[in-house]
Design a binder for this molecule. Structure first.
Ligand code: ZN
Length: 464
């Protein structure tokens, strides 16, 4: 497989450090609110990449973090009169709810910044000792001039950046591009004890620490939106390599931005489109198709017309599968043949080419037409072959059409409401053992029921 590496700007052959294992880190959300539809792009694309790598026989170890120490979270917590952890944990639960509805698999590890503060502190101490960082009044800054490769990822030269940088009011820094590793405590902020006094970690250091702690000094793929290249990923790279003396990442992958009515979507704009609203309006499969129909590196316009045409395409695929399933019983596929191998090769060729999902999606829809034609012609053998390849291989590899059609009609929320109703009825009849069994079985599937005076609610814990 070849991947366009942001670092080199070139297509490079994927050769993981440990043959057969791909270690992958995706920068996750800052949990101060519900995620919007723009967040769904990296979720969908890199979930599909992980599935494809597994299809090709790799073992993938994937980490996606939650940033739970952040200005916006602190502001929100102070507004609500709760702790930063209350805010973060409730939006992490909402994140799992959205990810489940979208049909995106949970990563192997989903660490939170607040669980790594001690490791962050000891790494900052090492950076200071090695001469890459300096302390000013309880703050610690990374000295970009001490790291000659600074700017390598974003392809900028340090001198150009310095001359172009706005002169900040912050007189503590030696250089305007130096960035905070540790911030001294301000009133009404969560704070941890450190050698430099009470404070909290800066943003960039958390990904360095969670990645190196969980996956080792050098990982294979580090992914995220292209808006993270500078400064976030540039800073992650500088810190990690200064710390370990080894390359941090072999392949950097960045997805293009989503534009909404022509503007880049962000929570700071008024036109928020929450992911859960989009799932409810268009369906998870249509949303996935929408993003996978465009190459991950290209920008994408979230327009009504574009999304409605993928809604129709998703419907056509589901109707075709329903038609097959209602007519033909699915025998196990006996053995491979030339036709199957040809299609598999075409599918893999597309995805091996810098994860060209639009080409793979086009092949899937070509085959959906072929499946309809085979059924029209009562060519059951052909129909079975196409169905197998689509339903058992190509679609699941991209995370498409996994939810059976009956379940797609009833959202997971509706199903849970039915179960909650049954459990309440059992409890009112004092059949507590059965009521508890419902709770325990849901818990084992990552869903926690919470009984409150106003009724029973549920949260997605993601812990399965
Ligand atoms: Zn990050």
């Amino acid at each position: 497989m070849r991947i366009r590496n942001t670092l080199s700007g070139k297509l490079e052959e994927l050769k993981p450090t440990d043959p057969g294992i791909v270690k992958m880190y995706v920068c996750g959300p800052t949990v101060y609110g519900l995620i919007h539809v723009g967040n769904a792009r990296p979720m969908i694309v890199f979930d599909a990449l992980r599935r494809y790598l597994e299809y090709r026989g790799y073992r993938v170890i994937m980490v996606q973090n939650f940033t739970d120490i952040d200005d916006k979270i602190i502001v929100r917590a102070n507004e609500l009169g709760v702790t930063f952890k209350d805010v973060a944990d409730s939006f992490i639960s909402e994140y799992w709810r959205d990810a489940t509805a979208l049909g995106v698999r949970a990563p192997n590890f989903a660490p939170k910044t607040s669980d790594f503060v001690q490791q962050i502190i000891s790494s900052i101490e090492k950076l200071i000792a090695k001469g890459y960082a300096y302390v000013v009044d309880g703050d610690v800054y990374f000295d970009v001039k001490s790291f000659p490769k600074y700017g390598e990822l974003s392809h900028r030269s340090l001198d150009d950046m310095i001359s172009g940088a706005r002169v900040e009011v912050n007189e503590k820094k030696r250089n305007p591009l130096d960035f905070a590793l540790w911030k001294s405590a301000k009133p009404k902020e969560p704070a941890w004890q450190s050698p430099w006094g009470l404070g909290r970690p800066g943003w960039h250091i958390e990904c360095t620490i969670m990645s190196t702690e969980l996956l080792g000094s050098t990982i294979d793929i580090h992914a995220g939106g292209e808006d993270l290249i500078f400064p976030h990923h540039e800073n992650e790279k500088a810190q990690s390599e200064a710390l370990t003396g080894k390359p941090f990442v072999k392949y950097w992958m960045h997805n293009g931005m989503i534009r909404f009515s022509g503007d880049k979507m962000s929570k700071s704009l008024g036109n928020i489109f929450l992911l859960r609203q989009a799932i409810k309006a268009f369906g998870a499969d249509a949303l996935k198709l929408f993003f996978l129909s465009k190459h991950y590196r290209s920008p994408i316009d979230f327009s009504q017309d574009a999304i409605m045409s993928t809604v129709k395409a998703a419907q056509r695929a589901s109707e075709t599968f329903n038609r097959f399933e209602s007519k033909i019983s699915v025998p196990p596929l006996a053995k491979s043949d030339e036709w199957l191998e040809e299609k598999r090769a075409a599918f893999c060729d597309s995805l091996d080419d810098d994860f060209n999902t639009p080409k793979a999606v086009a092949l899937i829809f070509e085959m959906i037409n072929d499946l309809n034609r085979a059924m029209d012609e009562a060519n059951d053998d052909m129909a079975v072959k196409i169905y197998h390849l689509l339903r058992r291989e190509f679609c699941p590899v991209l995370g498409l059409f996994e939810v059976p059609s009956w379940a797609a009609k009833n959202s997971i929320d509706e199903v849970l409401q039915i179960l909650i109703g049954v459990r309440n009825e059992l409890r009112s009849r004092k059949v507590y053992d059965l009521a508890d069994e419902i709770r325990l079985k849901l818990r084992a599937n990552g869903i926690e029921l919470k009984d409150k005076p106003e009724g029973t609610d549920y949260t997605f814990t993601g812990e399965v």
